[in-house]
Design a protein around this ligand. Structure first.
Ligand code: 5GP
Length: 261
């Protein structure tokens, strides 16, 4: 079997050359990192679940007219995507204070923000992804003004859609991170949504109990991360419901069930 050419290896994903020019294969790993990779571990089955969740969310976003890099899922851990020129900015959308904004500005976690906030971080591991202003983005040419308009309006549309999508399954969307890329058509380029959307890059809290259903379980040593990711997938209708507690999340019961298997 011929070995595929690896284009890039990130913390949670590997990109391989795709079957046709302009395509890539995005492989989802179980590896988890936090605090700029100072904390490392694995979450069993995370790659499989994130592949499914991201497929689902990107497909639904495409239905409302958001252009994305997603083409189709290939298997349990891989999806075919369009190759993009990644814009080196992490776009964070916040509805409720948590994480770094709470730390930086002293806003208690869980406090709803007066309105949705969009923040930009420069993607650079060595610098620890510092927060930047739109002026920095323009000044250093990371994206032009037109691209920033597209990015911010898409981020708001994604947020509106995902708030509703998660609310219907009893999950509060606290915040999340998006990445965008450019695709070229001759001299013209346009911006599309890239990377992934999964509990790795979102804060998702159970509406009834406040239980965290995202990577904060790993970051904060809360345990039960596999069950939390599975719970999100199950509520989205991506796993069968048999053999597990339904309706109200009970991480303890999920854990017991898993150890019995
Ligand atoms: P915070 O700035 O509070 O640490 O993160 C805000 C949101 O963006 C959280 O939902 C977090 O998961 C996501 N986020 C920020 N930076 C990264 C990153 O480098 N990788 C991932 N997977 N998510 C991130």
């Amino acid at each position: 079997m011929s070995r595929r050419r690896q284009i890039y290896e990130g913390k949670a994903k590997i990109l391989y050359e795709g079957p046709e020019p302009g395509t890539l294969i995005q492989y989802f790993k179980d590896d988890a990192t936090a605090f700029n990779a100072q904390k490392r571990g694995t979450i069993n089955g995370k790659g499989v679940i994130n592949n499914r969740i991201s497929e689902y969310v990107f497909t639904r976003l495409a239905h409302i007219g958001i252009p994305t890099h997603f083409i189709r899922r290939l298997n349990m851990r891989e999806q075919l995507v369009r190759q993009v020129e990644i814009i080196p900015i992490e776009v964070v959308v916040r509805n409720v204070a948590a994480g770094s904004i709470s730390k930086r500005l002293g806003i208690p976690e869980g406090e709803p923000l007066p309105h949705t906030l969009i923040e930009y971080y420069y993607k650079d591991d060595a610098l620890g992804d510092p927060m930047v202003a739109e002026e920095h983005i323009a000044c250093f040419g990371w994206a032009n003004n037109e691209e920033m308009q597209d990015i911010s309006s898409m981020a708001i549309r994604v947020n509106d859609f995902m708030c509703g999508m998660f609310a219907t399954i009893g999950i509060r969307l606290i915040d999340f991170k998006l990445e965008f890329g450019r695709i070229w058509d001759g001299d013209y380029s346009r911006v599309i949504l890239a990377d992934e959307i999964s509990p790795d890059g979102c804060r998702l809290w159970d509406m009834a109990t406040g239980e965290k259903l995202d990577k904060d379980r790993f970051r904060r040593d809360l345990g039960g991360e596999e069950e939390a990711y599975q719970e999100v997938a199950r509520r989205l209708g991506l796993l069968d419901n048999e053999g597990g507690p339904s309706e109200v999340l009970d991480l303890g019961a999920h854990r017991k069930l898993r150890t019995k298997k």
